[in-house]
Design a protein around this ligand. Sequence first.
Ligand SMILES: Nc1nc2c(ncn2[C@@H]2O[C@H](COP(=O)(O)OP(=O)(O)OP(=O)(O)O)[C@@H](O)[C@H]2O)c(=O)[nH]1
Length: 238
Amino acid sequence: MARAAPGTALRLRPADGRAGWPGQRLAPRSGSGRETGERSVPGRTPRWGLRASCHRRTPGVQLGGFCPETVPLLGLALVGKVVTVQVSVMQIQLWDTAGQERFRKSMVQHYYRNVHAVVFVYDMTNLASFHSLPSWIEECKQHLLANDIPRILVGNKCDLRSAIQVPTDLAQKFADTHSMPLFETSAKNPNDNDHVEAIFMTLAHKLKSHKPLMLSQPPDHDEIHIKPEPKPITSCWC
Ligand SMILES: Nc1nc2c(ncn2[C@@H]2O[C@H](COP(=O)(O)OP(=O)(O)OP(=O)(O)O)[C@@H](O)[C@H]2O)c(=O)[nH]1
């Protein structure tokens, strides 16, 4: 979602693969025909765990698993996911960008085109990542993302309790100031997988109510049926 701040941009596209989506151009096809892939684009301070959250680089995987990635992302990672929101089906593309500045410059314009939502991700064990959030919000503004598109704030690595540098009340205050729900989670802790998924389901709900980009096709597989919208929490799920 602007790179979720650091982070991830979400685009919705019809499941029938109609033209006009950047991901079509960029993403290799998986066996199922769903798109997953990666390409270069902007990012944030590296090593915040966004990739692990998005379970990138593995076509067809579910959101929420942990990828013990140790190599910095050099470009853009794209994860496709089909979700069912109430009676609607939508395909979500999560665009994870490189954390390193030098990989961001050339792709930044493309990256912000047709973004429908933003997940701002910071590393709870890295205060600098939290402090850079305003610059990511500003970057979204500069690229003309509408102020009212769905945005959420995610603190990752809450499993590293003894290393936490960003207290929940500080993050909550920031989230309130910017009218975003706050989630604190761990991409690593297997018990948190559902919670990571719940975060994206919250976003799906927000997207549904924000823009009726629902699909008419029934899903074939790899779908999530969701119930009432998960509530953001302000405490660690570990
Ligand atoms: N303990 C713990 N480690 C995590 C978690 N999420 C990610 N990591 C680790 O943090 C490192 C960075 O994770 P990535 O997902 O690659 O981070 P990134 O923000 O995408 O980094 P770039 O690819 O450089 O943009 C990896 O070694 C992950 O294994 C988490 O929730 N808990």
